[in-house]
Ligand binder design. Sequence first.
Ligand SMILES: [Zn+2]
Length: 112
Amino acid sequence: MPHGRNYRDPRRINRQARNLARQRLLAQQALCAICDRPIDDTIAWPDPMSAEVDEIIPVSRGGSATDLHNLEKVHRCCNQLKSDKSLAWARRKVKGTPALKPTAMPFITSDW
Ligand SMILES: [Zn+2]
């Protein structure tokens, strides 16, 4: 390729900007954007509870990989659940999982 010595590969610059944005987000955000639970930064990837950065609008659909407004910090397991679905879908999915509400009446078995 006829590039001079000072040629800067735009893909490489994008990757640097992307990494910078991700590092900033990981430092800023404490809670998972999907389940709202804290993310422990000391848990190493690929543990399901480790931190991942997800793009709200995927880059493949025109979203920005460097705009912090388009990035969210999520658990790896939450990100896998979300897959290619929307953030709203994933949040509903996580919160909609059957769980006992504190206000729910206890199930009383009668043995008389
Ligand atoms: Zn989560």
